[in-house]
Design a protein around this ligand. Structure first.
Ligand code: 9MR
Length: 316
């Protein structure tokens, strides 16, 4: 499957965006619309309108849907962040997971059940989220179990970033999913977000080795949110950086294509102009924009990065 993150408001307002998305991709991740603050803005009060719009678009164009994401410390509504007491947090989490996975039962091919649970410290620990604080690590296993009960046919993934190369965060995630597997928790795979910079992206061999560690556990993997920045951290003139970007896409996607248990590659947006990396708050954060991170330029022309992905799929 070759996917893209899509936004409902662009589908409505930009016909070229919708045309290119339907023509180029057969897998869709709602970029924000299934997140907690969107679908359950107040306790047990649901708004699936924007997410349903994307699911309807996907179904109309024979595209599969990746649900994103049931349990994440970010983009939580305030009421959830401020909930206290193990029983209240457990009840709200269970209701959320069951309701959202249940709403999309049979319509979603795979779910990012738990997203970014680990911190970025040199010794990564489970983030001090409302879930971890009140329930401990068990919130992860429970979320997978509830999601599986609500939609037994959906593939269930743990999803994270900065785990595409050897390091302490990778080891922490590997240890977590090994324990989940050993305990019989219904987890089917791991997603590698792959938000990388062309200046220091993991090599094909590094990423292939990481993928193999997980597939050797009997898990599926996917590239869930790839984009390759060629902002100011990358040296050289723009044509040089564009070529490096093409090679980086090819190299990372090839690592996935080479492993039969890697079932999808999803890019985190369609044209550069709508990328999260070009939103002012992230631009400031990264301090390196413009990033030109995606496969299509702002007029929907195919960039060399597009050919890099195509090369990887064609084994070139
Ligand atoms: O692309 C998303 C952007 O529009 C949102 O503002 C942002 C909020 O944190 O989330 C972005 O998507 C993230 C994804 O859900 C999880 N992995 C990292 C992605 C990029 O930040």
């Amino acid at each position: 499957l070759v996917g893209a993150a899509l936004a409902a408001h662009h589908l409505t307002s930009d016909t070229q965006y919708a045309t290119v998305a339907a023509r180029e991709f057969n897998y869709v991740t709602p970029e924000n619309e299934m997140k907690w603050s969107y679908v359950e803005p107040s306790p047990n009060s649901w708004d699936f309108a924007a997410a349903d719009q994307i699911v309807a678009f996907a179904s109309k164009h024979n595209m599969k849907v990746k649900g994103h994401t049931l349990v994440w410390h970010s983009q939580l509504p305030k009421w959830m962040e401020e909930l206290t007491g193990a029983e209240a947090v457990r009840a709200a989490l269970e209701r959320h997971v069951r309701t959202v996975a249940g709403h999309y039962k049979g319509k979603v091919y795979a779910w990012d059940v738990v997203n970014e649970a680990f911190s970025d410290d040199s010794k990564p620990v489970l983030r001090n989220s409302v879930f971890q604080k009140h329930l401990g690590e068990e919130f992860i296993a429970q979320s997978f179990r509830w999601a599986h009960e609500a939609d037994p046919d959906a593939l269930l993934f743990y999803n994270d970033y900065s785990i595409e190369y050897p390091g302490a965060k990778l080891d922490a995630v590997y240890s977590l999913v090994s324990r989940l597997k050993a305990a019989g928790v219904p987890i089917h795979g791991v997603g590698f977000q792959s938000h990388v910079n062309a200046a220091d992206a993991p090599t094909n061999a590094q990423f292939a080795g990481v993928i193999k560690r997980f597939t050797d556990l009997g898990l599926l993997v996917n590239i869930s949110e790839i984009d390759v920045s060629i902002g100011s951290k990358v040296s050289g003139d723009l044509p040089t950086r564009v070529t490096l970007q093409r090679n980086t896409y090819r190299s990372l996607v090839a690592a996935c294509v080479a492993n039969p248990k890697c079932h999808s590659v999803t890019v985190w947006g369609v044209p550069d102009k709508y990328s999260w990396l070009n939103m002012p708050e992230f631009w400031t954060w990264a301090g390196q924009g413009p990033h030109y991170p995606l496969l299509f330029d702002d007029s929907y022309g195919k960039k060399p990065a597009y050919d890099g992905v195509l090369d990887a799929f064609c084994g070139r």
